[in-house]
Design a protein around this ligand. Structure first.
Ligand code: ZN
Length: 210
């Protein structure tokens, strides 16, 4: 299980790096290895996501404490956000990206508190969405270095099944967190949401030049 998970996350890192969503050492990816005891495999801090080696991963428990390591790596500061999301029984994998469009839109719409996406055919790539007429809001949190405080807030909001957090959230001028029941679904949600962010961003740019 752990070897397959590492290989899959290595491939995702290469792909996301190639698409400009995980440049440099930005981003982090995780997958639930077991529920009882809770074990989460996550990329170690500061690793180039386009060239992840088998040593660039750590295993943490339900509190984000490291319980195992495939190499010398340490968990990143953002590990707690992965842990909080993954403790939900419906979440099996969390992918965090730093794309240009997520960075721009999270800044442009931060005062509204969320980004509203409505009317796009590609919305149907989100699990459970059946029509392009669907309206999906994505919550935007202020960026912070105090991940512990944000993770407590996120934990409370996820417990209420807040619709704006159904697929993930944005951090202002930072990037996207999204998830799915497994890695396949989480990867698809990244692809769909990044497409939608780019479509909205490009449309805004075109409109301003008319
Ligand atoms: Zn980040």
């Amino acid at each position: 299980m752990i070897n397959i998970a590492i290989e899959t996350l290595q491939r995702i890192g290469q792909e996301f790096h190639g698409r400009g969503w995980s440049l440099g050492t930005s981003s982090n990816y995780s997958i639930v290895l077991s529920r009882d005891p809770f074990r989460l495999l996550i990329t170690a801090s500061g690793k180039d996501k386009g060239r992840l080696s088998v040593d660039d991963f750590v295993v943490v428990d339900e509190h984000g404490n490291q319980v195992d390591s495939t190499g010398e790596g340490k968990p990143s500061a953002e590990t707690l956000l992965h842990v909080v999301a993954s403790r939900r029984p419906t979440v099996g994998a969390v992918l965090h990206t730093h794309s240009v469009w997520a960075t721009c839109l999270s800044d442009l719409y931060h005062q509204q508190g969320s980004l509203t996406i409505q009317g796009y055919e590609m919305l149907k790539g989100l699990e459970g969405v059946k029509t392009h007429e669907h309206e999906q809001r994505i919550r935007i949190f202020p960026n912070t270095q105090d991940i512990a405080v944000l993770s407590i807030e996120l934990d409370k909001l996820l417990a209420t099944s807040e619709p704006e957090l159904r697929y993930g959230f944005l951090l202002r001028k930072h990037g996207l967190y999204t998830w799915g029941k497994d890695l396949t679904e989480a990867r698809r949600h990244v692809e769909i949401l990044e497409f939608l962010f780019e479509a909205i961003g490009r449309r805004l740019s075109l409109t301003q030049n008319v």
